[in-house]
Structures are given as C-alpha cells and as structure tokens.
Design a binder for this molecule. Structure first.
Ligand code: MLY
Length: 250
C-alpha cells in the first residue's frame, strides 16, 4: 500500500523547524466535526462575502466541511473549518435581521429565489446549533512566523488538499506560503492569522489526508518521477536516494 508522509523524518532530513502552534489562529486540539453529509446550514458566499446563503454539506474531511451553496452549481464547492465564523445554523441570519440571498451564479431566474428557498428548506436536515463551535480560536497578537519554518497549508488552487509548506517570506502581517516540492505556481501570501494554515501535525490530529511533498527540487539522479507516482506507493527511486520521509504504512 501507499506510504505515508512522515514529518519527523522530513524535518530531520531538511534540517528545518516546524512553526510553533502559537503562531497560528487554530485551536490546539482541532475542533470536533459532528456534521454529516446532507446537512444544511448558513454560509457566507465566498464569491460575494456580504451574502449569507444556504449551503449543504457535501463532504467531510478532518475538521473541515466541503460545502455547496443551494442554487449554485457543483463547480464552486468550498471548504470551511467547523469552527469558522463564516458558517452558522439556519435561522441565524433572520434572527439578526438579515435576509438569505441567492448565491452568485444562482442558476434560476432571480424572481424564483423566494420559492426556491422555501423548497430547499422544506424537509431539509438542518445542522443542529450544538454542533457549531461558539467562536473561532483567538488570533495570536502578532506575526511570529519566521522564514524557513514548516507548516501545513491549504493549496488554494486545489483547496481539498492540505500540503507540507514552508514560510518563504514575511511582509508585515502577511506570510508567503510555499509548497514543498512544487514550483511557485501554488504560492500565496496570506495573513498570519489565516484559517488556511496549520501547525505541523494538524492533519494527523484531524484525520485529514496530508499530501506528500512534490518532487521538484529533490536531488534525483535523472528525470524525476511524476508526482502521481508518489501517491501510488512507488517510492523505490526516492528510498534509494535516502528520501525516507515517505514511510511504508501499516
Ligand atoms: N493536478 C494538479 C495538482 C497540483 C497540486 C499541487 N499542490 C499539492 C501544491 C497539478 O499537478 O498541477
């Protein structure tokens, strides 16, 4: 079976340090995920953040939910931590004097929104208020990341992936996230208190699937194997080169 990535060995081989958990706006114990596929809730529309919409849980991964806005298509799913302030129980918006909005790209005529809303909520399984987390963890007082520190980060181009990453630069309250073994195409700057970055070991705690690093920049003798090989358990080229941070699992 496929090997799994070992931070312990990888940190040893790269001589790098993990960013301390005090750098992150994440709880020390990842928030419990009691949501179920099919449950509905209210979520900010990520493409129009002033709108509160109805979303359905279409997947679960560690402490995160894969969400799809009702009335939207299946091409714009997004992921949220269960302790995100951008999700709330159905009824919260109205309680606060707001109105539920159709998502950006609502696939019907805008005039059919009120009826669509009634229908989508009728008989829906609403996520119970008790499984939401009261608040997000507090943000650290300042950006205490340092260049070279390792972390786990959401690949924003493929947000279902959480990957080994390195702080590439600092810019005030911002951190440059670079993905180990990948060229710069996936890099991004985010605030130090972003919910998309996690301390080393996060995925092990949540049961989320941490991607192995890519192969770019690895000291391979000839042509590097395609990244796909790393996922299928063929690590012979890597092992004989001493890249043993991909362990055999089981
Ligand atoms: N199919 C994509 C996946 C890239 C993922 C990169 N992340 C893990 C940094 C590609 O090969 O371009």
């Amino acid at each position: 079976q496929a090997g799994h990535f070992s931070w312990e060995k990888y940190l040893k081989e790269t001589g790098a340090a993990a960013a301390p958990s005090s750098c992150f706006k994440q709880s020390l114990t990842p928030p419990v995920n009691e949501f179920k596929v099919g449950m509905k809730l209210e979520a900010q529309d990520p493409r129009n953040t002033t709108s509160t919409c109805i979303a359905t849980v279409v997947g679960l991964t560690g402490s995160r939910l894969r969400l799809r806005l009702d009335g939207s298509d299946n091409k714009n799913d997004f992921w949220r931590l269960v302790d995100s302030s951008e999700i709330q129980p159905i009824g919260s918006c109205e309680k606060n004097g707001g109105m539920l909005q159709p998502p950006l790209g609502f696939r019907l005529n805008a005039s059919s929104w009120p009826m669509f809303l009634l229908k989508t909520l009728n008989g829906a399984e609403m996520a119970p208020a008790r499984i939401f987390h009261k608040q997000e963890p507090p943000a650290p007082e300042q950006n205490s990341f340092q260049v070279g520190m390792k972390l786990e980060a959401v690949d924003r181009k493929n947000p279902h992936f959480i990957c080994p990453a390195t702080v590439g630069a600092l810019r005030g309250v911002e951190v440059l996230v670079t993905f180990d073994g990948w060229r710069g195409a996936f890099d991004y700057y985010c605030r130090y208190d972003s919910r998309d970055i996690f301390p080393v070991g996060w995925c092990t705690l949540t049961g989320d699937n941490l991607q192995p690093p890519g192969t770019k920049g690895l000291d391979l003798s000839s042509a590097p194997p395609p990244a796909s090989l790393w996922h299928s358990g063929n690590q012979s080229r890597i092992k004989h080169l001493g890249k043993s941070f991909l362990q055999k699992s089981g």
